[in-house]
Design a protein around this ligand. Structure first.
Ligand code: G3H
Ligand code: 13P
Ligand code: NA
Ligand code: ZN
Length: 305
């Protein structure tokens, strides 16, 4: 069933488990996400960025909404990194049940103002809202505290931000970054900061940049002719711990991008004569389903629907 973000994330926060919020850009990705959620009896969030809306528009939103509506588990359709009030409202008109307003690059006051505007409009229509405080970006473990404080989310500010905006869930900057290169070895994630914010703020917290960039997938990408550097993601154990301390929404895009491409590459390199799209994208869908299944196990959402 299609539900709001709050319907999924409030129980997750209370139950100390995480729910995957996976980015989609086409039918196969959407199927891998939602059908795996049904198989594992897990709630799930499917998200489209503004880039995904530009690429697939209402056609893609309708595919997600249709599969979600017929699904036997709760599914929300979320706008990822909405850049303005206008775009958040457009997404709600398109049928999204959750929207993010990302004004984190503005001043604290401007971020509050812009977020509150979206919250007021969205709540009037029964839609839940994610907002962000702090600057996303990889950070090394050895960086001094003062420098971390400069752009990671300040716990005191988080309390004030939540009170002043009425946001339903809050994305916090904890050292993670988007993409396949999150740091050397085991990329840093500020667990103490998550724990502190989790103690002070009772709403669900959101971790962006949560792909694991599994060595197995990176290896298969290389073996099938792909070129990739020193790729590394967030360790499973680190995500599991973060969900104990308040992280309830866990954003994953890069892992599905890698999985989809690995699936396509493997088919095409092994079978140069193949040109049936179903033979190309079917196996890719399976590789993506494997990623989704693994992540739901790590986050603890299996069996929660
Ligand atoms: O946060 C970024 C997501 O991975 C979406 O990326 O804007 O290229 O669709 P995109
Ligand atoms: P990854 O690049 O780690 O998959 O993060 C995706 C994300 O945060 C989308 O908002
Ligand atoms: Na988001
Ligand atoms: Zn993000």
């Amino acid at each position: 069933m299609l539900v709001t973000g709050n319907d999924i994330l409030v129980p997750a926060r209370a139950g100390k488990y995480g729910v995957g919020a996976f980015n989609t850009n086409n039918m196969e990705i959407t199927q891998a996400i939602i059908h795996t959620a049904e198989k594992l009896r897990s709630p799930v969030i499917v998200q489209m960025s503004e880039g995904a809306i530009k690429y697939g528009g209402q056609d893609l939103a309708n595919i997600v909404i249709d599969i979600a509506t017929r699904a036997t588990v709760p599914v929300a359709l979320h706008l990822d990194h909405g850049s303005s009030y206008e775009n958040a409202l457009k997404a709600i008109k398109m049928g999204f049940t959750s929207v993010m307003i990302d004004a984190s690059h503005h001043s604290f006051e401007e971020n509050v103002r812009e977020t509150r505007r979206v919250v007021e409009a969205a709540h009037a229509m029964g839609i839940s809202v994610e907002s962000e405080l702090g600057r996303l970006g990889g950070i090394e473990e050895h960086v001094v505290v003062d420098e971390k404080d400069a752009f990671l989310t300040d716990p005191g500010e988080a309390v004030q931000f939540v009170e002043e905006t009425g946001t339903d869930y809050l994305a916090i900057a904890i050292g993670t970054s988007h993409g396949a290169y999150k740091g050397k070895g085991r990329p840093y994630i500020d667990q103490a900061r998550i724990e502190r914010i989790g103690e002070l703020v009772s709403i669900p917290l959101v971790a962006h940049g949560s792909s694991g960039v599994p060595a197995e997938i990176v290896g298969r990408f290389r073996d099938s002719g792909g070129e990739i550097g020193d790729a590394a993601g967030i360790a499973d154990e680190d995500l599991r711990l973060a969900c104990q301390h308040g992280i309830a929404k866990v954003n994953v895009d890069t892992d599905l991008r890698l999985a989809m491409t690995v699936g396509v590459r493997e088919v095409l390199t092994k079978n140069p004569k193949e040109f049936d799209p179903r033979k190309v994208f079917g196996p890719a869908r399976e590789v993506m389903a494997g990623i989704v299944e693994h992540k739901m196990g790590v986050l603890g959402s299996v069996g929660k629907a």
